[in-house]
Design a protein around this ligand. Structure first.
Ligand code: PLP
Length: 415
């Protein structure tokens, strides 16, 4: 029986997504067994107390550890190039568990100014409530991080490419500044996956994922993952994960293990499709601006081949017109689904100002440039000509119908 749990980096990432972390199974099952159990029986009291005391290895209770989730933790850690991983109930559970394990009242955190809406809400509202100070800065200029750092800065949080404009942050440049001030660097790598970006190589101390997205890839799980050094992951597991309890269910871990096996081929197709959709949007006369790391004039190109190894499949674009056109465009789509996720087989589209970034205050949204006419599309795996044809007919209809609304003199601005 083969045990790939200690396999390091001899295999290519595409092979690791299939074989990494594989634990031996007594029956030789090809696929990781699903240990759908809340608890684990002890053969006697001595064994139970020895496990609780940490004197004997073995499982106790699934909030503390489970063989199926453990296999996923090992696999994601190997893919990200870290010694250890932790599986969480959601991406937000991963961010909060990874950060709160190391923060206390009076500490300061520097956060990138354009991030996922609920991450923004966590830092700007909840952290404040517990006396953790937060500064949001534009990290596309790394020196802004230096200016924001204080003696009390314990963490620097980066999302790159950043929601929703696909802004790119130079992780190595920010990490150097953060480490000079003894702060941990935490990177949300959801948009890229470890196949397109491994932030540890640029100096990240902790990487988190919303595994809900590309890693699972099939839209049937909400989950999060953390990767880091062995001591950091042990600390997270022993504190915030154990006692706040946002651990992953074994069934979700099993589904993500299945999804991961096709990550390499899915990412290739996602990226190919996204490039073609972005090229279509660039030449669409009703689009003012397209934000996509795969376009030749995008700032991401400077880091392509070093920090990034692909464009990802999330595109944001600015419509000409107003919020009516934005709504009409989405409401007239037939194939593309209005939904707030990304990384699924289905192409999903959403309106950040009224959906993912609605937790921002109107002022914060304006500062981050999240206008009423900004649209985000997460390109899926369908035949790309069908995706483009659906957009084309929706553009035509949106700009035909909204003329009437404008003539009626209705004005509407979200927020
Ligand atoms: N990070 C990013 C970049 C996201 O887009 C999201 C969700 O959309 C999250 C974190 C939160 O993940 P979850 O929804 O799995 O909690």
């Amino acid at each position: 029986m083969r045990n790939n749990a200690n396999q390091k980096s001899q295999w290519q990432p595409a092979t690791m997504t299939i074989h990494g972390g594989k634990q031996p199974d007594q029956h030789g099952a090809l696929v990781a067994p699903l240990y759908q159990t809340a608890t684990f029986a002890f053969s006697n009291t001595a064994e139970g107390s020895a496990r609780f005391a940490g004197e004997q290895s073995g499982y106790i209770y699934s909030r503390l550890g489970n063989p199926t989730t453990n296999e996923l933790e090992v696999r994601i850690a190997q893919l990200e190039g870290f010694p250890a991983g932790a599986a969480c109930a959601t991406g937000m559970g991963a961010i909060s568990a990874a950060m709160l394990a190391f923060l206390e009242q009076g500490d300061h955190v520097v956060v990138a100014d354009a991030i996922y809406g609920c991450s923004f809400a966590l830092f700007s509202h909840l952290f404040k409530k517990f006396g953790i100070q937060v500064d949001f800065v534009d990290m596309t200029e790394p020196q802004n991080v230096r200016v924001a750092m204080r003696d009390s800065t314990k963490m620097v949080f980066i999302e790159t490419p950043a929601n929703p404009h696909l802004k790119i942050i130079d992780i190595a440049a920010v990490a150097t500044i953060a480490h000079e001030g003894q702060a941990r660097v935490i990177v949300d790598n959801t948009f890229m996956t470890p196949l397109l970006q491994q932030p540890r190589k640029q100096g990240a101390d902790i990487v988190i994922h919303s595994a809900t997205k590309f890693l699972n890839g099939h839209g049937d799980v909400v989950a999060g993952l953390i990767c880091g050094g062995a001591e950091d992951i042990e600390m997270i597991k022993a504190t915030t994960l154990k006692d706040m309890g946002a651990t992953m269910s074994p069934h979700d871990a099993w589904l993500i293990l299945r999804g991961l096996k096709t990550l390499d081929v899915r990412m290739e197709r996602h990226c190919q499709n996204a490039v073609k959709v972005a090229e279509y949007l660039v030449q669409q006369p009703l689009v003012r601006e397209v934000y996509f790391p795969g376009l030749p004039d995008h700032p991401a190109q400077r880091l392509m081949g070093t920090q990034m190894h692909g464009s990802g499949a999330v595109i944001a674009f600015e419509l000409k017109g107003d919020i009516h056109h934005a709504r009409q465009l989405l409401d007239n789509l037939n194939l593309i689904t209005i939904a707030v996720s990304l990384g699924d087989a289905e192409t999903l589209i959403q309106h950040p100002a009224s959906m993912t970034h609605s937790p921002y205050t109107p002022e914060a949204r304006a500062r981050a440039g999240i206008s009423d006419t900004l649209i985000r599309i997460a390109v899926g795996l369908e035949a790309v000509d069908d995706i483009i044809a659906d957009l084309e007919q929706a553009f035509a209809q949106a700009f035909a119908t909204t003329k009437t609304e404008q003539q009626q003199g209705e004005t509407l601005t979200y927020g």
